[in-house]
Write a protein that binds this ligand. Structure first.
Ligand SMILES: C[S@@+](CC[C@H](N)C(=O)[O-])C[C@H]1O[C@@H](n2cnc3c(N)ncnc32)[C@H](O)[C@@H]1O
Length: 196
């Protein structure tokens, strides 16, 4: 993943687009689900939030729009993605690296962990990200959360496997379907969440 070619570019239709190794990751046309990922934990009063994957910054912006949020700590694998980000807020810290390494260094002081690093456990762009949805890392996310804290995971599809992994370490597992409009079609992305 270190040798990935990352491009953040303005398309001819005016949209901002993120591509990795020539593969489309996201654009700024339909960002309902990225913002919803933040809202799921804001509705539960999250103040200190750990995020995996900066992307174009829609999840992070939605978190920082809430004045009650105290700190947003983000791991982003690609420096070029960070360089393209225009979010400027003293509560935000972005670290270059893998979310798994950042979580491993953290004390148990977070209200929420948000993961949006790939297309979900069954549609991986990076094979190495399989570990992000695995039992050991989900347990690590539970460790860094305060009691009552939430782990929320963006996915392009529901995943019974991820739901049962979450249920092994958390209570109140939920899978929320988020309606999105993609290239003229009505579709849905998913947010799987669970409470410690
Ligand atoms: C779909 S984008 C995130 C979108 C973001 N939620 C938003 O609102 O724009 C996924 C991001 O995760 C990053 N990424 C991929 N694997 C990662 C990992 N293991 N740790 C940290 N960042 C990762 C990618 O470089 C990319 O910027």
């Amino acid at each position: 993943m270190d040798s990935d070619e990352v491009v953040v570019r303005r398309r001819v239709d005016g949209a901002l687009e993120l591509r990795v190794n020539g593969v489309f990751v996201m654009d700024d046309v339909e960002t309902t689900s990225e913002r919803r990922l933040a809202q799921v934990v804001l509705e539960r009063g999250a103040r200190d939030v750990l995020v995996g994957g900066l992307g174009l910054g829609f999840t992070v912006r939605a978190l920082l729009e809430d004045a009650n949020v105290r700190m947003v700590l983000v791991a982003e694998l690609h420096p070029d993605v960070i360089a393209a980000c225009t979010v400027d807020d003293s509560r935000l810290e972005v670290v270059i690296g893998d979310i798994r390494d950042l979580v491993a260094e953290q004390p148990p002081t977070f209200d929420a962990v948000l993961l949006d690093v790939d297309n979900g456990p069954d549609h991986l762009v990076h094979v190495a990200n399989a570990a992000v949805y695995g039992d050991a890392f989900v347990a690590e996310c539970a460790r860094v959360l305060r009691p009552g804290g939430t782990l929320a995971v963006w996915s392009m599809a529901d995943s019974p496997t991820l739901r049962s992994t979450l249920a092994a370490h958390f209570d109140d597992v939920e899978a929320e379907s988020v309606p999105v409009r993609l290239q003229g079609r009505d579709e849905a992305y998913w947010i799987l969440s669970a409470r410690r």
